[in-house]
Ligand binder design. Structure first.
Ligand code: RAM
Length: 932
């Protein structure tokens, strides 16, 4: 491993060991493995990568060397029987690869780290951290897939074509949720001599997964709070498995292992389609009991399980909702005391050798927030017995319902994103029924939370309740669901609408990060569109700890890549229709996410993992190009607001993206040391640039087609022009922005480029003008029209007219939220100057219309914080540079600068660069903005 060596720079007076001797400095903290796992159980990689941080309260600032030790038990940690890295002269505190003895499935290991600071003083050892591996290979699984023998209910689906008006139906299968159980007895120790100490249960692990989605129980207790497990991967290649610690749930004697399994993504539908051949859902589980005497016992899914379809969840689908009938409740069905004699015996199926069973490599989804209903709303033409609740927030989740019902009277719960001219509106959900039903077995208060579905909604319509009762706000709560990551977003400013926009973007993130990155959470789509993902991945990193989420999905993208190198429009897909095709700006996700996330994390493994896919994608793009002009089809600048006249030509976009992917591939190849690839891609890139320049722009670098913002943003963002061409293009861009009175003219691909380009060309002032525009098309237009998330279209909705006419109209699409990256990278100015933020640029973009901004970002080294205030041109700014990093201050808008009281002069410019960790107080005077 090439270690980066920093010189042992000494900062006199900074390192001061409290005890006066030269050892025992503060130990490293925040020990993590892989993409941010803390003491994981069921970990996915047998060659872990280690990360840690210097304690922000430590008296030293830098690491110049480290040592990692790993052992098979905590008592052997000093012996390091698995690995001792020995002292490595390196400042790297993240992504250090394990190089010890091979690790195997289920193995639990202990590791610790210590570091040497800038004065070569060694720290204390960290507290030991643990890693317990999951089942890494299909061979580790001893059981079989099990399921109900019935082959599903045949149903008819309307697949009529909206465009051609051709009416069509198809029949297909729907599978009812299954309830599965088996009892087992722990090892019988009763024949042991009375005097002998009987072995007790030391540890129990449950390894489990499903085709479909499951909930698991041991003796009636749910094994975890995870939902929608195992999540969505390309199931024909890989199914993720979960590991749970159920030690406290298993007793000596008889126990019951049970699960419910529903269709989920595997068996259920998306769009109008079901998979052409729907495969039923199934369960696979393995319970491993370890006794105190070292013996063990394994309980698996096998022929001896029982199953019924006669449980209370009568049907469940992601898009269509759940039907619950309390008359079917089977009290204690998952406990020992239940008699399941009338249940069916399961049928079994072998584990397919070509479908990898792999430990889940990012956090499963969970309920992350619960929010109360805000208002019971009066709708136009109210129907008797129907009441509508406003949750005040468009969200992804399920309702938590607690209301009076009447025996055998079905209650209906419908969901909508917004009211349309004051009516409850579900047309934009298209064919998604998005309706839950609950039938009470007896009259009285019912409590119900749907289990195997999710909705995208703000409003809940309820009917069928006990009409003698007056609806109360307490009847409904909103349970917000997403993958179990931490939301860190903390951008704040003096501008209320900017803050609202920032919040809406975060809600767009929460609303579309359910196991995979989706376009939207509400209609019959909810798919991992690659174009949306490539524009929002890097921005999302500033708002939540989603690296594991993205790294996991990128594995799915690799698996979904077509043999010709094309990267599909959405991932996962079921292998049919246009989802499988590759498009410009969408398939480029293969290169864009690896590079842009590498810049933020510095994890080379992520580049290595994706490198073959990147090469395949470039080969594919090459095969779709002639004379270096790409003829790859696509969605152009999707949903730009000016109909045909505002459209940027497809091949201009495709060729620009071909260049972007080549450019990123050059950078990636260089980091990985593939010099031949780097020079081959550079040569192609130069030819593509030239062809692009000549084909689409005239002698004054004016686009030959209609002037659009995107036609200049693409070459400027992707650095396709040099010299005078670049200057010309900048001027044309500014002109096109002014021509629309500083309104947006961009769609999914152009919009995210606007801020970085305007910043790069020194026109952040213009970006603020566009950002603060109140009228259509602009970000604030949505806020002025009641948005609580980011929308699919700039004009998806208005308070006066309701939803715009188009059928494709979601109010929870994250793509336009990509601008939030600029709140952190631009307004606050927090940018990686080197991959992984070892070196940080602080380059805030000040504007007289914004008096204050603050926020932070959690880098691999620690948190970088920026807060600034402008009062009558006086800048008052605080910056905090985390340990083991250095900061560069880039403040061309400021004169009379002082940093920590030191005045900047001609001769001390160095105080702006390579500054050590610490807190900086910066003052100065903001220069007047450039004239427009
Ligand atoms: C829509 C999706 C998605 C977009 C594609 C092209 O159906 O919602 O956002 O990427 O089309």
């Amino acid at each position: 491993m090439p270690f980066l060596v920093i010189s042992a720079c000494s900062f006199s007076g900074i390192y001061n060991n409290s005890s006066g001797n030269s050892q025992a400095a503060t130990a490293p903290i925040t020990l993590k493995v892989g993409e941010g796992f803390v003491d994981p159980i069921g970990y996915y990689e047998s060659i872990p990568r280690f990360s840690w941080q210097i304690d922000p309260t430590a008296s030293y600032k830098f690491q110049q060397a480290f040592q990692i030790q790993m052992a098979s038990s905590v008592s052997k940690i000093a012996d390091a029987d698995l690995w001792d890295s020995l002292k490595q002269q390196s400042s790297a505190n993240a992504w250090i690869k394990y190089q010890g003895k091979p690790l195997s499935s289920s193995q639990k290991v202990y590791w610790r780290v210590r570091i040497w600071d800038e004065d070569n003083q060694v720290s204390n050892w960290s507290k030991p951290a643990t890693i317990e591996l999951g089942l890494l290979s299909n061979h580790d699984w001893q059981g079989k897939w099990i399921r109900h023998p019935e082959t599903g209910d045949t149903v008819t689906f309307d697949v009529s074509d909206n465009k051609t008006k051709e009416v069509k139906t198809v029949t297909n299968k729907v599978y009812r949720p299954q309830y599965l159980r088996r009892s087992f007895t722990t090892h019988d120790n009763t024949n042991l001599e009375k005097t002998e100490i009987k072995p007790s249960i030391k540890q129990v692990r449950l390894y489990i997964t499903s085709k479909g989605i499951f909930n698991a129980y041991v003796n009636g207790q749910k094994v975890s709070e995870d939902v929608m497990t195992p999540g969505w991967t390309p199931y024909k290649q890989r199914i993720e498995t979960l590991t749970y610690d159920v030690t406290s749930l298993v007793n000596l004697g008889t126990n019951v292992l049970a699960a419910t399994v529903a269709e989920g993504w595997h068996t259920g539908r998306y769009l109008k389609l079901r998979a052409l051949k729907v495969e039923p859902s199934a369960l696979l589980a393995q319970l491993e009991i370890t006794y105190s005497d070292g013996t063990s016992q394994i309980v698996t899914t096998a022929q001896n399980w029982q199953v019924t379809l006669n449980g209370p969840i009568r049907s469940a689908g992601n898009c269509d909702g759940e039907t619950y009938d309390a008359n079917y409740e089977m009290s204690g069905w998952n406990t020992v005391d239940f008699n399941a004699n009338d249940w069916n015996t399961v049928i079994t199926e072998n584990i397919e050798p070509h479908v990898a069973l792999a430990p889940k490599r990012h956090q499963a989804a969970a309920i992350k927030l619960t929010i109360p209903a805000q208002e019971i709303v009066e709708v136009a033409n109210p129907k008797p017995g129907v009441v509508v609740f406003d949750m005040g927030q468009n969200m992804l989740g399920v309702p938590e319902l607690s209301l009076p019902g009447i025996a055998n009277q079905k209650m209906t719960f419908r969901f909508a994103e917004a009211l349309h001219k004051n009516t409850f509106y579900t047309k934009n959900l298209r064919t998604a029924k998005a309706t839950d039903y609950y039938t009470p077995a007896k009259s009285g208060q019912i409590n119900y939370i749907p289990t195997f579905t999710f909705h995208g909604y703000r409003y809940v319509e309820i009917s069928g309740f006990d009409q003698s009762k007056t609806p109360e706000l307490s009847w409904v709560k909103g349970r917000v669901l997403h993958s179990n990551f931490i939301v860190n977003a903390n951008f704040k400013s003096a501008h209320a609408k900017l803050n609202k926009l920032s919040k809406n973007v975060v809600w767009g993130l929460r609303g579309n990060f359910l196991d995979i990155p989706t376009d939207c959470p509400q209609r019959d789509e909810r798919l991992g569109w690659t174009g949306d993902a490539q524009v929002f991945a890097a921005p999302s990193m500033y708002m939540a700890d989603v690296y594991g989420f993205w790294a996991a999905w990128m594995q799915s993208v690799r698996e979904a890549q077509n043999p010709d190198g094309g990267v599909p429009n959405f991932v996962p897909n079921k292998g049919h229709g246009f989802g499988k095709l590759a498009s410009a700006g969408w398939g480029d996700v293969a290169v864009i996410i690896p590079w842009e996330l590498y810049l933020l994390n510095g994890d080379k493994q992520f580049l290595r993992d994706n490198y073959d896919m990147i090469k395949g994608w470039l080969d594919f793009h090459n095969s779709r190009s002639e004379n270096y002009i790409s003829s790859l089809r696509g969605f152009k600048d999707w949903l730009q607001p000016y109909a045909k006249k505002g459209q940027t030509p497809q091949y201009l976009i495709s060729t620009a993206y071909y260049a972007r992917s080549l450019d990123y591939a050059v950078k990636i190849a260089k980091v990985l040391g593939y010099e031949n690839d780097a020079s081959a891609y550079t040569q192609t890139l130069n030819k593509v640039k030239q062809a692009f320049r000549n084909k689409f722009y005239d002698e004054n670098t004016k686009v030959k087609s209609a002037s659009t913002q995107t036609s200049y943003l693409l070459p400027l963002a992707f650095e396709l022009f040099e010299g005078q061409d670049r200057i010309n293009a900048q001027q044309h861009l500014v002109k096109t922005i002014k021509a629309s009175d500083k309104h947006l003219g961009t769609g999914f691909l152009g919009t995210p480029l606007l801020a970085p380009v305007l910043q790069k060309i020194g026109r952040s002032d213009l970006m603020f003008d566009v950002l603060f525009k109140e009228t259509y098309p602009s970000w604030f237009y949505s806020i002025n029209n009641g948005a609580t998330t980011t929308w699919e279209r700039w004009n998806s909705y208005s308070l006066a007219e309701g939803f715009s006419k188009e059928s494709m109209n979601s109010l929870n699409h994250y793509a336009y939220g990509a601008v939030a990256k600029w709140f952190y990278e631009g307004i606050l100015g927090i940018q990686p100057a080197s991959a992984g933020f070892k070196e940080i640029n602080i380059a805030p973009q000040f504007n007289h219309r914004l008096k204050h901004a603050s926020g932070s970002y959690k880098t691999p080294q620690g948190e970088v914080k920026v807060s600034w205030k402008i009062e009558q041109d006086q800048l008052d700014m605080q910056v905090s540079i985390p340990k083991n990093s250095r900061g560069n201050f880039k403040l061309p808008q400021v004169t009379d600068l002082t940093i920590n009281g030191v005045k900047l002069t001609e001769s001390n410019q160095h105080i702006l660069a390579q500054q050590p960790p610490g807190v900086y107080q910066i003052n100065g005077i903001i220069l007047p903005a450039k004239s427009n």
